[in-house]
Design a binder for this molecule. Structure first.
Ligand code: NAP
Length: 259
C-alpha cells in the first residue's frame, strides 16, 4: 500500500531512539523526510539503519524543555523545505514524581518536560499544517487510564495529551488537519530497559509484567507501534481523527484474569 508520504516533511520529537526511532525509520521507508528533534545525538548504529533507506533526513539537537527554541526551528524547517506535513510528539519520560513526596514546583517542572513541548511544537507548526492539510500524532501512555501509583505528574501530562489530541482535532477539522494519539502500555525501548533496572530483580519484574499482557504475553515492539503510527499519520487514514489508539496487546482493555 502506498501511504502517500513520499517527500512529506514530518517532525518527530525523540525520533532517534526507542519508539521515535522506529517511527523515523518507517517514515524513511515510505519516502517521507523525517526531521528528528532530540536531545542526544543519534547513535551510529541507528544512523546506519536509517541511511539504508534515505539520505533525505535531518537531526536537530534540542532540549525540548527549552520551549522557546521550538518556533525558530519550525519556521526554519518550513522555509527550507517549503512545507510541513506531520508532527509526531513523542519525546517524554516517566520520572516517577509521586503524590506523597513531590512538591508542586517539582510537579510543574515534570509537566513542563512531558507536556509543554507537545503543545508548543503544534502551536508553532499550525499554520504550516493547515497549508499542507497535515496530521498530528501524539504518543501517550496507559498511565493516563490506569495510573501507576507513583507517578502523578507523568500520568497528568499523558492525560492532558489525550485531551489536547481531541481539542486539536476539534480546532482543526475545518482546515483538514487530523489529530490522533497512540496509547503505549509496555514497549521494550532504551527508556524501558533503564526503568526496569530500578527494580531489585528486573527479570522477575519483566515476567510479572509480560504475564499480564494478554496477547502473546510479551512486550509490544517498537516496530508494531511505528507501523500503526505511520499509517495513522498518513493521508491514507484520511477519515481518522480525534482517536486514541491502543497498541498494547489488549493490556488496558481485556480482563486481566484471562488465562
Ligand atoms: P526513549 O527510549 O527514552 O526515547 C525517547 C527519546 O526522546 C530519547 O532520545 C530522549 O533523549 C528524547 N527526549 C526525551 N525528552 C526529551 C527532551 N526534553 N528534549 C529532547 N529530547 C528528549 O523513550 P521511549 O520508551 O521510546 O518513549 C517514547 C514515548 O513513549 C514517551 O513519550 C513515553 O512516555 C511513551 N511511552 C513509552 C512506553 C514504553 O513502554 N516504552 C510506555 C508508555 C508511554 P535522551 O536519549 O537524551 O533521553
Amino acid at each position: 500500500m502506498d501511504l502517500q508520504l513520499n517527500k512529506k516533511v514530518v517532525l518527530i520529537t525523540g525520533g532517534g531512539k526507542g519508539i521515535g526511532s522506529g517511527i523515523t525509520l518507517e517514515l524513511a521507508k515510505e519516502g517521507a523526510i523525517p526531521i528528528i528533534l532530540s536531545r542526544s545525538s543519534i547513535l551510529p548504529a541507528f544512523k546506519e539503519r536509517l541511511e539504508k533507506h534515505t539520505d533525505n533526513y535531518e537531526f536537530i539537537q534540542i532540549d525540548l524543555n527549552e520551549a522557546d527554541k521550538i518556533k525558530p526551528i519550525v519556521d526554519d524547517i518550513a522555509k527550507r523545505y517549503g512545507s510541513i506535513y506531520g508532527i509526531v510528539n513523542n519525546a517524554g519520560a516517566n520520572d516517577n514524581k509521586d503524590l506523597e513526596t513531590t512538591s508542586w514546583q517539582e510537579f510543574e517542572k515534570s509537566l513542563h518536560g512531558n507536556l509543554t513541548h507537545y503543545y508548543e511544537l503544534v502551536h508553532a507548526s499550525v499554520k504550516y499544517l493547515k497549508a499542507s492539510r497535515g496530521s498530528i500524532l501524539n504518543i501517550t501512555s496507559k498511565t493516563a487510564f490506569t495510573g501507576q501509583g507513583k507517578t502523578s505528574a507523568y500520568a497528568a501530562a499523558k492525560g492532558a495529551i489525550l485531551g489536547l489530541t481531541r481539542e486539536w482535532a476539534s480546532a482543526l477539522f475545518k482546515d483538514h488537519v487530523r489529530s490522533n494519539a497512540i496509547v503505549v502500555s509496555e514497549c521494550w525501548t532504551p527508556l524501558y530497559a533503564k526503568w526496569i533496572k530500578t527494580f531489585a530483580d528486573p527479570e522477575a519484574r519483566k515476567k510479572i509484567i509480560t504475564d499480564k499482557i494478554p496477547y502473546e504475553h510479551r512486550f509490544t515492539t517498537i516496530e508494531e507501534i511505528a507501523a500503526t503510527a505511520v499509517f495513522v499519520l498518513s493521508p491514507i487514514s484520511s477519515h481518522t481523527t480525534a482517536q486514541w489508539i491502543f497498541v498494547d496487546g489488549g493490556y488496558v482493555h481485556l480482563d486481566r484474569a484471562l488465562t
